[in-house]
Design a protein around this ligand. Structure first.
Ligand code: NI
Ligand code: MN
Length: 227
């Protein structure tokens, strides 16, 4: 399984049978090296409604004829906007796709689009547990720290993508505790340095987590790793 970090919380995941994009946010992402039009994928996984996670889902779904996988309200929202292929789920539910298994997990956050006077609320925010090619990876989405991360970690995680930006999500201190709960072989910090409000030091976080026995790689946008 190959993971390419595309900036903010966005990843391309290449499995033996399919290419997945997680939390597509490229066109308005100041750290991204590519645009939505450059993406080729089969599935689009969206953790919650906020545009910094869902912003390019519709464009990519249309250009790639890809399936949007997310909570039920998000998939219905995109179906109403013209997405042809969607698969709605909800926290605790898993489904086996041609490439592997996806389980949505809880996350403590909010989930809306078109914020302003009339925001559209799109169900509850989720994390995403993906099992394919004998590997298990967990993308936490946007979330606060929560004790039930211990349950998510029981599956034996090869990689965990966890937010460290603070303000909207966990900050670095809580993210180290999250790793104590998740116990992944590798952790990748996300949702930081995209804007000044979520400025954090990735290598400093990695060094702090290492003191608790965790292996962290702060990837640069565009960087690919093999699990
Ligand atoms: Ni969010
Ligand atoms: Mn976010």
């Amino acid at each position: 399984m190959r993971l390419t970090y595309l900036g903010h919380s966005c990843f391309l995941v290449e499995t033996a049978k399919a290419r997945l994009i997680l939390d597509p946010f490229l066109n308005d992402n100041p750290t991204a090296k590519i645009k939505a039009k450059d993406v080729k994928c089969d599935f689009i996984l969206v953790s919650h409604g906020h545009e910094d996670h869902s912003g390019d889902a519709l464009e990519i779904a249309k250009q790639c004829d890809a399936t949007i996988v997310a909570n039920y309200e998000i998939t219905e929202y995109f179906a109403a906007k013209g997405a042809k292929k969607t698969h709605g789920m909800n926290p605790g539910g898993a489904h086996t796709f041609p490439f592997g298994r996806v389980k949505l997990t809880i996350a403590h956050h909010t989930s809306s689009v078109e914020a302003g006077l009339k925001p559209v609320y799109l169900g509850v925010p989720c994390g995403m547990l993906i099992q394919a090619d004998g590997k298990a990876i967990y993308h936490a989405g946007d979330t606060a720290l929560f004790m039930d991360m211990q349950l998510i970690g029981r599956v034996g995680l090869d990689a965990a993508m966890i937010p460290i930006g603070d303000n909207f999500t966990m900050g670095p201190e809580d993210a180290v505790t999250a790793l104590d709960f998740l116990k992944p072989k590798l952790a990748i910090p996300i949702h930081y340095n995209t804007w000044p409000i979520i400025a954090q030091d990735g290598p400093a976080f990695a060094a702090q987590a290492a003191k608790s026995g965790h292996t962290v790689r702060a990837l640069k946008a565009g960087e690919t790793i093999e699990l």
